[in-house]
Structure formats: structure tokens, C-alpha cells
Design a protein around this ligand. Structure first.
Ligand SMILES: Cc1ncc(COP(=O)(O)O)c(C=O)c1O
Length: 385
């Protein structure tokens, strides 16, 4: 009855089962996986948010494949404020970065074509790729006082069917940015092999260093698709507003934009009230990002204080984003460990293998966890070792 692309293993994984049993028992829970910013105790200007949704212009239907110009101009200003020149015409609005990925996958790939993705990284890619009949090939990142792309492995992974390289900038959950040398290297490879760069920058603004990390949105050296959205930038995932920017050598860029227009025109998925609210929502980002970064910095300080008081566990360097990678003794599988931490210590963390870590001994904690839960959760977690 159904297409092979949807023949996923739909059984609940062991950790998810253990979590629902834990909740059913009414046990306390120190949830170190929280990533929904609307449930983390941040203060939003609800008046301004709701007012932005009641623009009378929303009573008129203006079908625009790339999205309303007012929204695209506000996004161009967001990049201009970062010193990055992005013409509003090169921006296309989507309801999520997932939708942006789908458009780009459809634009670039015939069924069975390949895209390179980093490992470790964010687990959603597999489903997005299955739905679009794209084959994902992993290229490893390696850690040596910071994360780097293994370019030898990346180049070896390229086949005649490879259409592009995905970079997450900064990556989830490793928290590293693609530095300028790596950008240059990627540009050289992608230009030479007629491949595109697909850059996911949803965490771009959440840098822990003073450095202003350049966006891929201004990249002209290879065909580049840069995506981001309000779900992280302004902490508004419920608003379903994201964008896709096309840049690169003119002959590729103009063709890509024209083809994407047809894809977007076939869906016209953005609704009017949200598009009209985008400029106002983007203004909310400053207050949101200040609170979020204060939380992230505070939790990292607390983590370092607790780590310094023991010698079994450590953490990896983090340059930005909302997550931290913990290095713990690899005495059993990460999944066994995560289930054990839940059952015996009421602590819920993600095992590294959810994110394709190459070996056991890694746990991922969310740095936007409310401070008290974070401190207690880390205390009970470290006490297990
Ligand atoms: C790296 C990365 N990209 C994209 C997303 C999803 O963003 P959106 O809500 O815009 O689909 C997430 C969500 O956690 C993410 O971690």
C-alpha cells in the first residue's frame, strides 16, 4: 500500500519508552534535553507579539512565491546588521528550515542523488532526505581542542551523484562554527565539483565568543543555500517562519532562484498574518537573545564548577548554540547509560548516538535548561560516575 520511502521503523526507542514510564510513575525529572524556548521561562513581549498578528493588511491575499517584500526586507536588514549584504530578492520565505531543506533537496537532487552531511549532527536530516528520495552520506568531524571537518574523508565521500554538502553553522550539538579556512576549502571543493553548499544557520547568533561569525548568506564562491528562521533567532518556533537565501556565481544563482520560485509558487505555504509580523518578530530577537545567552553562559559556568570538583567527566569546547557535549566514561552504550540515568537518577539526557557520535562516552545536555534543573541534573549525573 505504501511507498518504500516511508517504511521507517516506527517502534518507540528504549529511552523514549523509559521516559514515558518515568512520567507515568510521577517521578521527579531533571530534563536536560529541553529545547523549546517557549517553555524555558524566558520573558517575551506578548503584547507586541500578539499585536503584530493583527495587521489589517492580512485581510488581503497577495500570493508572492518568495513571500511578502516587507518581510524579506526585514530579513535583509537582519543580515545588514551583521555586516552581511543580502539582497531582499534573494530571500525566499518558508514555514520552517525543514521546508527550506525540502525545497533545496528537490531543486538539486534526482531520486538517489547524494548529499554529504556532517557526523555528528542533528538527527532530523535522515527523515527529510527519505521524504525527498535523497541519499545522505556522512562526512566525519573530528575533535582536537575544537571541532574540524575531516576534509580528506569529505573528498573521499564525493561520487558522481553528489549534489552538495550540508554544513550546520554552528553545528548542533557540537557547537562549532565553520571557520574561514574551512569555508574557503568547502568553496574550492564545491565550485570544482559543481556541488552546492547548504548552510543551516539557525544558531548563528548564539556565539559564546566575541567573534562575529560570518554568515554563508554572502558567499559568492560556490552555489550556496543559507537557511535560518525565527524559531531559534527570535525564540518563536510556534510562528513557523523561516527563510532560504540563494547566493553564488551568477549563472547558477539566477537559475536556482527561478526554479525555486516555481517550487514555492506550487505551495505558497506562508500565511499573511505571519509574513506581516516578521519585521516585528525580528525586533524581539535582541531581548530574547540576551536572556538566552545569559542562561547558556550561567549553565556553562555551573557545569564547569561541578566538573572541576570531580575527575571522571569533562565537557568539549563549545563556541555557540544551545548544547554542550559531555565526555563520560564509556563503560556501556550511551543509550544504556541514558536509560540508567533516567531510572536511577531522574536525569534525562540524550545519548551521543542520537547525533551520530562515532563512539560511546558522549552525552548531550541542553544549555537552555532552567538553571535550577540544570544544576541539579548535572549534580545527579556526575554523581553516577
Ligand atoms: C540545526 C537545526 N536546524 C533546523 C532546526 C529546525 O528549525 P525549524 O524550526 O525552523 O524547522 C533545528 C531544530 O532544533 C536545528 O537544530
Amino acid at each position: 500500500m505504501f511507498a518504500d520511502r516511508t517504511s521507517w521503523n516506527l517502534t518507540t526507542n528504549r529511552l523514549a519508552k523509559a521516559l514515558s514510564q518515568h512520567r507515568a510513575k510521577g517521578r521527579p525529572l531533571f530534563d536536560l534535553t529541553v529545547s523549546n524556548p517557549t517553555e524555558c521561562g524566558f520573558v517575551y513581549d506578548n503584547g507586541a507579539i500578539l499585536q503584530a498578528l493583527s495587521n489589517p493588511a492580512a485581510t488581503i491575499y497577495q500570493p508572492e512565491p518568495r513571500g511578502l517584500a516587507t518581510a524579506r526586507r526585514a530579513i535583509a536588514e537582519y543580515y545588514a546588521a551583521r555586516g552581511c549584504d543580502v539582497p531582499a530578492e534573494d530571500i525566499l520565505l518558508t514555514t520552517s528550515t525543514s521546508e527550506a531543506y525540502s525545497f533545496v533537496f528537490r531543486l538539486l537532487c534526482n531520486p538517489g542523488d547524494e548529499l554529504l552531511i556532517p557526523a555528528p549532527s542533528y538527527p532530523l536530516f535522515d527523515f527529510l532526505a527519505d521524504i525527498q528520495d535523497v541519499k545522505l552520506i556522512r562526512y566525519p568531524l573530528f575533535y582536537d581542542h575544537g571541532w574540524e571537518i575531516d576534509f580528506h574523508a569529505l573528498e573521499r565521500a564525493i561520487t558522481p551523484g553528489t549534489r552538495g554538502v550540508i554544513v550546520v553553522h554552528p553545528n548542533n550539538p557540537t557547537g562549532h562554527y565553520t571557520n574561514s579556512a574551512a569555508m574557503k576549502h568547502l568553496n574550492g571543493i564545491c565550485f570544482a565539483k559543481n556541488m552546492a553548499i547548504i548552510a543551516d544557520e539557525v544558531f548563528l547568533d548564539f556565539s559564546l565568543t566575541q567573534e562575529l561569525h560570518p554568515s554563508f548568506a554572502a558567499n559568492r564562491e560556490a552555489l550556496t543555500f543559507t537557511m535560518s528562521g525565527l524559531s531559534k533567532i527570535a525564540g518563536l518556533p510556534q510562528m513557523k517562519a523561516a527563510w532560504l537565501i540563494t547566493s553564488g556565481p551568477e549563472q547558477w544563482k539566477s537559475q536556482a532562484c527561478a526554479r525555486l520560485d516555481v517550487v514555492a509558487d506550487a505551495y505558497l505555504s506562508m500565511n499573511a498574518p505571519i509574513q506581516l509580523a516578521v519585521p516585528s518578530f525580528l525586533q524581539q530577537r535582541t531581548a530574547f537573545q540576551e536572556q538566552l545567552m545569559a542562561r547558556v553562559r550561567g549553565n556553562l559556568r555551573e557545569l564547569d564548577r561541578q566538573i572541576a570538583a570531580q575527575d571522571s567527566c569533562s565537557r568539549l569546547e563549545v563556541e555557540g548554540g544551545w548544547y554542550v557535549v559531555l565526555r563520560v566514561p564509556a563503560t556501556r552504550s550511551d543509550e544504556d547509560l541514558a536509560v540508567d540515568l533516567l531510572e536511577s537518577s531522574d536525569v534525562y539526557v540524550h545519548p551521543g548516538h542520537f547525533y551520530d557520535f562515532p563512539s560511546d562516552g558522549y552525552l548531550i545536555a541542553s544549555l537552555i535548561t532552567p538553571e535550577h534543573d540544570f544544576a541539579e541534573g548535572i549534580k545527579y549525573l556526575l554523581a553516577r560516575f
